[in-house]
Design a protein around this ligand. Structure first.
Ligand code: COI
Length: 354
């Protein structure tokens, strides 16, 4: 069993903060980083002590395996500041568990819980001024691991770097989100890495998503191998409201087990919204759009929070969704963000004080 100081963190503080250079009202998602970052190396068969130091570039061999074989995984989390300047995380242990699940799938050694959690908390306490108050303001946290061993033989690295970066963020999607249903490309395969938060899962979507963007769609809703069933979108899980029932695909070896997704399911059930976790086919979606029983589609993810989708494209036809008064997306987003920002009681025990 590890003692409390099994991985003491060395802290090298920045001389002068860059915070005054930042326009917090005009942030492009993921483009500004806080004063400090954490790194922790894996070598000689074990994780070393973490270091917190000023945010800056790394020196890394061009032969590092991450560049050649994409051995890299990450997580996306957020910190929130309440009215009393207290900082909170949302279900961080879920991200920790998924982080190591992704690691195992990519043959990366699991990061000890102490390194992950103490690293997050220490970094957040140091850069807490970067978490801004007010609904919509968050600090996006990006823990990740890359394979750093130099050498291009196609085998797992024996050296890794675990890092945490933090980036002040507001909404991920600013305008309307329209989605295109995948008919040709696939995001994941049976037995593949779809359920892992592997860097390559995202990189592989860039090309098909750029083709969708050319047609006016921001995201693709990926389908199964036969392109019959709806799975998830690039940066979020997807929910469909048909009549008054909320439907989302079950997680599988191809679908990311989203923390926001499972929170939305629990919140919907707590609001008495009929909720079904089941396979939903493209055919069913198109039929529901045609007979107007499709009332809403929305995405759920850490970066995206809950993002309403205004329409979808399939087989060269665009289906626009009607504007809706009593939107589940808005109701659920309010309940979720009230918990995240400590504006409401958290009967689920999801909030985690920093
Ligand atoms: C997240 O919501 O954390 C994501 O993974 C989206 C990210 C790729 C921007």
């Amino acid at each position: 069993m590890q003692t409390e100081n099994a991985f003491p963190i060395e802290i090298k503080k920045i001389k002068q903060s860059r915070i005054h250079e930042v326009d917090f009202n005009n942030l492009t998602f993921g483009s500004v980083f806080t004063d400090h970052m954490l790194s922790c190396d894996y070598k000689d068969g074990k994780w070393q002590n973490p270091v917190i130091e000023p945010y800056g570039p790394l020196t890394i061999s061009p032969a590092a395996r991450v560049f050649h074989y994409g051995q890299a995984i990450f997580e996306g989390m957020k910190a929130y500041k309440d009215k009393n300047d207290e900082v909170w995380l949302f279900r961080p242990e879920e991200n920790f568990k998924r982080f190591n699940k992704s690691s195992v799938r990519l043959a990366i050694p699991e990061v000890p819980k102490e390194v992950f959690m103490n690293g997050l908390l220490t970094l957040l306490r140091l850069d807490k001024d970067w978490v801004r108050k007010g609904n919509g303001n968050t600090l996006y946290l990006r823990p990740f691991v890359i394979a750093t061993q130099a050498g291009v033989s196609a085998a797992p690295s024996n050296e890794y770097k675990f890092m945490i970066l933090m980036s002040p963020a507001q909404a991920y999607y600013t305008g309307d989100v329209k989605v295109l249903i995948a008919e040709e490309y696939s995001r994941a395969a049976n037995g593949g890495v779809g359920a892992a938060k592997a860097a390559g899962n995202y990189g592989a979507q860039f090309y098909p998503t750029s083709l969708a963007k050319d047609q006016g769609y921001q995201q693709i809703v990926w389908t199964d191998s036969t392109h019959e069933y709806l799975e998830e979108a690039g940066t979020m899980n997807v929910f469909f409201r048909i009549k008054d029932t909320l439907i989302t695909a079950p997680t599988s070896e191809r679908i990311l087990d989203g923390v926001t997704r499972k929170s939305v399911i629990a919140l919907a059930e707590s609001q008495g919204i009929p909720t079904e976790v089941r396979k939903i086919s493209v055919k069913e979606l198109v039929a529901a759009a045609k007979d107007h029983s499709l009332k809403e589609i929305f995405g759920a993810g850490t970066a995206a929070i809950i993002s309403p989708v205004s329409g979808f494209g399939y087989q060269n036809t665009n289906y626009d969704l009607p504007k809706i008064e009593d939107s589940y997306a808005l109701r659920l987003k309010k309940q979720l963000t009230d918990i995240q920002y400590n504006n409401a009681e958290d009967s689920f025990g999801w909030r985690y004080k920093v």
